[in-house]
Design a protein around this ligand. Structure first.
Ligand SMILES: Cc1cc2nc3c(=O)[nH]c(=O)nc-3n(C[C@H](O)[C@H](O)[C@H](O)COP(=O)(O)O)c2cc1C
Length: 189
């Protein structure tokens, strides 16, 4: 039997803020994905996208971002909490694609300085992702008081995050496989 094609699961770093603590979080998620067999990942830093802010929606589509979204089977979105919501530029980037996302899985990793691990931003992001055609999983990872979770070199201090990430990724990979099977073998209607 032909070996299954690797699942493509990029990690989107959802903020451009200087000094962002979401960066070590996104790197950790990408590294945990890399350790799993049969998965390809890459870190998409929205600060490095040629982001047009004189337009909105698919008119701002970046061909490279669009092609990674087309290839993806699932996404990990690292979403910092800003004033009890998600980052505006994260939404601006997500809004630039549409058909690329349909029937693909997504998991959200919330990041906050406060005690709630980005949950308020996550709650608001879920209906946005649903409208984009993505299928959200029922696990999140929540990094609360994130300034204490990593050391100066960006290494994880609190190992308790690893089993939570493992559970989250197991669910995401299951959903990614299931939806890939559906996209490839099950007709709509
Ligand atoms: C504009 C802005 C609003 C913020 N609002 C919140 C908030 O509502 N709740 C919270 O816990 N942290 C808040 N923070 C702190 C961020 O959650 C914190 O910086 C965290 O590290 C995640 O964001 P970062 O990746 O930009 O570092 C806010 C930060 C900024 C820049």
């Amino acid at each position: 039997m032909k070996p299954a094609r690797a699942l493509c699961i990029p990690v989107i770093l959802g903020t451009v803020r200087q000094g962002r603590m979401s960066l070590p979080v996104a790197r950790l998620l990408a590294s945990e994905l890399t350790r799993r067999p049969g998965i390809e990942t890459e870190l998409i830093d929205i600060a490095r996208l040629p982001l047009r802010v004189d337009d909105a929606g698919e008119a701002t589509k970046d061909p490279t971002f669009s092609s990674v979204m087309s290839r993806a089977d699932a996404l990990v979105v690292v979403s910092p909490e800003y004033n009890h919501g998600y980052s505006g530029l994260l939404k601006h980037v997500l809004d630039s694609c549409l058909k690329e996302y349909v029937h693909k899985a997504v998991g959200i990793v919330g990041v906050s300085a406060g005690p709630f691990g980005g949950t308020r931003g996550i709650q608001d992001l879920v209906p946005v992702l649903r409208e984009l055609g993505l299928v959200t999983i029922f696990w999140d990872v929540n990094f609360s008081s994130v300034q204490r979770v990593f050391d100066e070199s960006g290494s994880l201090r609190d190992q308790a995050y690893l089993p939570r990430i493992d559970q989250f990724l197991k669910e995401l990979v299951w959903m990614a496989r299931t939806l890939r099977h559906g996209r490839e073998h099950i007709a709509l209607g």
